[in-house]
Design a protein around this ligand. Structure first.
Ligand SMILES: [Zn+2]
Length: 253
């Protein structure tokens, strides 16, 4: 926290795991980052956490699976304990601690990721996923909850705002996966288990998620140039979501 800043709100919280936390709300002027020439499209991966239009794939942290196993074990132990007993209370705190551990790790990971993406890029394009519409496929649902897509987009939003970057959000109805990023051809069907495919028209070989990220970037740039709602081929709608670049923000610490 800058030494000149005086907090306007101080919040003290006791979590179910028994941990105290203090948060301070301070008004500070945040300096925009120097402009960058880079731009990136981000796709929520299925096999990876994120796929970038640059060709990079970002994996879920490896420790997560271990932590979920630990959580399951703690739950089982809790269920075996007699109701009203001291041991049950202890087991309940144990479960809360593991929950907290997972939440902390996830948040930490997302913060590192969004800070890096905002530092490196002037413009970031993402799909505005309505998570609740996507729970049909259970594996995908797990990947989404794991990826915390909503939190990721939320962090990108305020960090772009702070640092003078542009975030463009695109409706999820855009056929980002099925469209060939090279020639624009849209394939009729691309089942979720198909991870790589060849465009029947221009023969380009695609990684499913990277191709989607490239399409998201292209659509995002088209939107930001038009500055309004546009309708690219066969998609239902694409909305501009660019945020104003500057302003005084309350920075939670
Ligand atoms: Zn093609």
């Amino acid at each position: 926290m800058p030494t000149s800043a005086t907090p306007s709100t101080i919040t003290v919280k006791l979590s179910p795991s028994g941990r105290w936390s203090v948060s301070l709300l301070v008004d500070v002027e945040i300096e925009a980052l120097p402009p960058s020439g880079n731009q990136v499209g981000i796709d929520l991966g299925i096999t990876s956490l994120l796929a970038l239009s640059t060709g990079e794939k970002i994996a879920n942290p490896k420790g997560f699976k271990v932590k979920y196993r630990k959580l399951r074990r703690a739950h089982k132990a809790l269920n075996r304990k007699l109701k009203g007993s001291n041991n049950r209370d202890k087991a309940r705190i144990k479960v809360a601690r593991v929950h907290q551990e997972i939440a902390d790790a996830r948040k930490d990971n997302l913060h590192k990721l969004t800070t890096r993406l905002v530092r490196e890029n002037q413009t970031i394009a993402v799909e505005n996923l309505a998570v609740k519409n996507m729970v049909k496929n259970r594996k995908l649902a797990l990947a989404i909850s794991d990826a915390s897509w909503g939190e990721l987009v939320r962090q990108l939003e305020y960090k772009c705002d702070w640092y003078g970057r542009t975030l463009i959000k695109i409706d999820r109805w855009f056929p980002s996966s099925k469209r060939c990023g090279n020639c624009g051809h849209i394939v009729e069907n691309l089942p979720l288990n198909i991870r790589e495919w060849d465009c029947p028209q221009c023969k380009t070989h695609h990684d499913r998620d990277i191709n989607a990220a490239k399409n998201i970037l292209a659509a995002g740039l088209a939107v930001s140039v038009c500055g309004a709602t546009v309708r690219p081929e066969q998609s239902k709608s694409v909305k501009a979501g660019a945020k104003p670049l500057k302003g005084k923000k309350q920075k939670p610490k």
